[in-house]
Design a protein around this ligand. Structure first.
Ligand code: UGA
Length: 433
């Protein structure tokens, strides 16, 4: 089977590489020349553990190729995966321009029967619409069918999540499509769940929105813990022994970011409203998250009457550790606010500097180490729990004028902090002075 994957972003590229890794013949297509040039040199355009190695390995084995020539690639495909972005429109709905752009190219290029598989996160009903669109625009007399196959990988563990996925969800309307996809995924040896296309599309949104809800819920409880003198760490530990609740995704913080949860919560809420239904739980998750982003700033305001002229050290910029991605990272609105209020901001992140420069060039000072950022600082904000940041020797904070540390990811144990004699404010735990 000849497989083509449209899009070399997180979803497209990881899908293509993993399909090649299990033995399929894969061509990855992208319209951005620079990306294809890099990929042909064996270099991944995104930072993701193991990705470079697998690109190199499968490209040299002749199982993986990269091209901008979509016409050629689609013409000879048996199966085409669509893994392009579905960003957020201003009103919160999903923007499907890239999906339909690829659909148009496919309709104009396919020369024999093929199955088109949508991996991108798309609103319920999109698979139906794409199928109708392609059928109406076909140049050649061929049979096409569209299937849904949502992706559940997380950035930073994308390869592992794909090669050892918890499940593979297939949304199909025919036995033939089911057989093709089952054969493609057979080497992965994971549970395959087959359902109709609309249910598969919904599984993706419902999963992401549930996880977002879990985070907003625990942030809400953490805020209440602060008010009533409880410690969120003990509370989540006590909750997590109930298997129905579990241990994961109960870490409080300054809200969820990234390219998925913010957009997928808004898109499903928007879609529900279009159907005349208010998705109250998801709406609440979105509202809590918006407010939680500025939780550290409001704590700092209780200690400092103004940020004007103060040196602020910011440790961690990316939306989570293990990625250089800054999409919807809480660091961005927080740094903007600090700058607007006259603070002198010195930032440090192990890998996020280049992407942060796209938002702030000369307005902030980029430091090479956390220690340098802390030198003579008036206050410190921690936005991302990088291992390197969690491993900081707490005595480093004594490099600050008077150590005032606002930790948005609960990086340090309160016991250690007490010994280090710093003023420390975290999420859902008692303040240390
Ligand atoms: C998320 C999902 O975890 C994946 O299953 C899904 O496939 C993916 O979106 C997607 O739709 O493509 P990702 O955005 O890479 O993956 O990152 P997560 O690890 O889920 O983290 C998202 C945000 O939630 C981060 O800002 C993180 O700091 C925050 N978070 C996570 C918390 O605040 N607390 C937690 O306990 C867990």
């Amino acid at each position: 089977m000849n497989i083509t994957v449209a899009g070399t972003g997180y979803v497209g590229l990881v899908t293509g590489v993993c399909l090649a890794e299990v033995g399929h013949q894969v061509t990855c297509v992208d319209q951005v020349k620079e990306k294809i040039v890099l990929l042909n040199l064996g270099i991944s355009p995104i930072y993701e553990p193991e990705l470079d190695t697998l690109i190199e390995k499968n490209a040299s084995a002749g199982k993986l190729t990269f091209t901008t020539d979509h016409e050629q690639a689609y013409a000879h495909s048996d199966v085409i995966f669509i893994g392009v972005g579905t960003p957020e429109n201003e009103d919160g709905s999903a923007n499907l321009n890239y999906v339909f752009q690829v659909a148009k190219q496919i309709a104009e290029s396919v020369t024999h029967d093929c199955l088109i598989v949508i991996k991108s996160t798309v609103p319920i009903g999109t698979n139906d619409r794409v199928e109708t669109y392609i059928k109406n625009h076909l140049k050649h007399k061929v049979t096409v069918e569209v299937a849904s196959n949502p992706e559940f990988l997380a950035q930073g563990s994308a390869i592992k999540d794909t090669l050892h996925a918890s499940r593979i969800v297939i949304g199909v309307e025919s036995e033939q499509a089911k057989e093709i996809l089952t054969a493609i995924y057979e080497p992965f040896q994971q549970p395959i769940l087959t359902m109709n296309r609309r249910s598969a599309e919904m599984v993706k949104y419902a999963s992401n929105d549930f996880l977002a809800l879990k985070i907003s819920f625990i942030n809400d409880i953490a805020n209440l813990c602060e008010a009533v003198g409880a410690n969120i760490e003990d509370v989540t530990s006590g909750m997590s022994y109930d298997e129905r609740i579990g241990k994961k995704f109960l870490n409080p913080g300054i809200g969820y970011g990234g390219s998925c949860f913010p957009k997928d919560t808004k898109a499903l809420h928007w879609l529900a409203e279009e159907e005349g239904y208010i998705l109250r739980t998801v709406k609440a998750a979105i509202e809590v998250n918006e407010k939680q982003k500025f939780k550290l700033i409001s704590k700092a305001r209780n200690e400092f009457s103004s940020f004007n002229g103060l040196k602020v050290a910011v440790l961690g910029l990316t939306f989570k550790p293990g990625t250089d991605d800054l999409r919807e990272a809480p660091s961005i609105p927080n740094v903007r606010l600090l700058l607007n209020e006259g603070a002198r901001v010195h930032v440090y992140d192990p890998v996020g500097e280049e992407n942060f420069k796209k938002h702030f060039s000369t307005e902030v000072v980029y430091e090479k180490t956390a220690e340098q950022a802390l030198e003579e600082a008036d206050l410190c904000f921690i936005f991302t729990e990088w291992e390197e940041i969690k491993a900081i020797d707490l005595s480093f904070f004594n490099k600050m004028k008077v150590p005032f540390v606002f930790d948005g990811r609960n990086c340090f144990s309160l016991e250690e902090v007490r010994k280090a004699k710093i003023n420390y404010f975290s999420i859902g735990r008692p303040e240390i002075r």
